[in-house]
Design a protein around this ligand. Structure first.
Ligand SMILES: *Cc1c(COP(=O)(O)O)cnc(C)c1O
Length: 363
């Protein structure tokens, strides 16, 4: 398989402890414990658990001030959840290009695009062709390889954009020695079954802003005003809080995360050496500014026609080795075809050239 969970006795022990405590929902020690463990591991000031990565993104965008009819800059080369979270608010994804080395946002092209197509007014950045406000920029750390956040943040600052990281794939990845998800207003992580560690389903918002973390927790728990017995709510909130059962699994999994990273990096190194000098294919290595978790190991084929990719997928899968292309670029999905976008040549090319290969830490 491409990526499967690794569980042991520890997961069963903590799940049993959780069931026996009777606190299986969103109140209970395991949620606090998992949040503290995330804070310790990532160095972020606060972690707020959610039911999945998509809900973490949704809340993050709300807290970033994104409103109905705003545009949000996101790569087209990402999982559909990034764009869905934008649409949940009634905002519009505005698709931006990636570069072919890290498969993250092409910051140089983004700068040129913003310089030529937008206008800065007193009340923000406006798209000259759609007449909509552009509020927020969401880089995604593709397959665990960090975006160059210093360069990206410089562009965001120049244009007054709020940055939210889609760090769903980058738990355990570091940017210039700092854990990813620390270089923006807030970041969303995912603990889905195929991610680097899993809680079954789950997610978290990481932030260095206490006020934002408090509001995230409030909104994720139906905006209930804390009180021993009164049921009062001061906003339309969400039931997005991770249950303690899932958090118990997370507590066990995060203990193993450092070991998973060591093993995944060793596996990546073996792949890199094995494909070194093989014609027609490049193994996607970490960018110079990053220490990557190598969540999914990735081959980039030279052939731009899609034929070599199809051959790889057919041969490997028929041999019982699961391989997969990346996502269909979001701007090519009919549901997002009307969204604004820049030139996406590299995105479309990568969709025909990328092959993900088995990446489980125990491989
Ligand atoms: C996994 C993932 C998500 C969503 O996470 P879920 O927990 O599945 O909701 C969002 N963005 C990216 C890039 C992802 O890989």
């Amino acid at each position: 398989p491409i990526h499967i969970p690794i569980f042991g006795e520890r997961e069963i022990d903590l799940l049993r402890e959780c069931v026996e405590s009777n606190f299986v929902s969103s109140v209970g020690a395991f949620c606090d414990r998992f949040e503290s463990a995330l804070v310790d591991y990532t160095g972020a000031r606060r972690a707020v658990l959610t039911v999945n990565g998509t809900s973490a993104l949704h809340l993050s965008l709300i807290l970033a001030g994104v409103e109905d009819n705003d545009e949000v800059l996101i790569p087209s080369f990402t999982f559909v959840a990034t764009a869905n979270a934008v649409r949940y608010i009634g905002a519009i994804p505005h698709f931006i290009e990636i570069e072919d080395q890290s498969l993250g946002v092409d910051i140089t092209k983004l700068l040129q695009w913003l310089e030529t197509t937008t206008e800065t007014r007193d009340d923000g950045l406006w798209n000259k062709s759609t007449g909509r406000r552009i509020r927020c920029l969401v880089p995604m750390h593709t397959f665990g390889h960090a975006v160059d956040m210093d360069a990206l943040n410089a562009v965001a600052a120049q244009f007054g954009l709020v940055v939210v990281e889609d760090a769903a794939e980058s738990l355990g990845s570091f940017y210039k020695g700092r854990h990813t998800a620390n270089d923006s207003l807030c970041a969303a992580i995912s603990f889905n079954g195929n991610k680097i560690i899993t809680t079954g389903g789950g997610g978290a918002i990481l932030t260095n802003d206490d006020d934002l973390a408090d509001r995230a927790k409030h909104l994720s728990t139906t905006a209930k005003i804390p009180h021993s017995w009164e049921m009062r709510h001061d906003a339309v909130g969400f039931n997005y809080r991770m249950p303690a059962l899932n958090a118990a699994l997370g507590c066990a999994q995060i203990e193993k995360l450092p070991d998973f990273i060591v093993k995944k990096r060793a596996l990546a190194e073996r792949y890199r050496a094995a494909f070194d000098g093989v014609e027609g294919v490049r193994f996607l290595s970490e960018p110079e500014w990053a220490t990557s978790n190598y969540w999914l190991n990735t081959l980039v084929l030279d052939d731009n026609s899609g034929k070599a990719q199809e051959m790889c997928l057919e041969l490997a899968n028929s041999e019982g080795i699961m391989t997969r292309p990346a996502w269909t670029p979001l701007h090519l999905l009919p549901l997002f075809s009307d969204c604004p976008k820049m030139d996406l040549t590299i995105t479309e090319s990568m969709a025909r050239r990328v092959v993900n290969i088995p990446s489980t830490a125990s491989l």
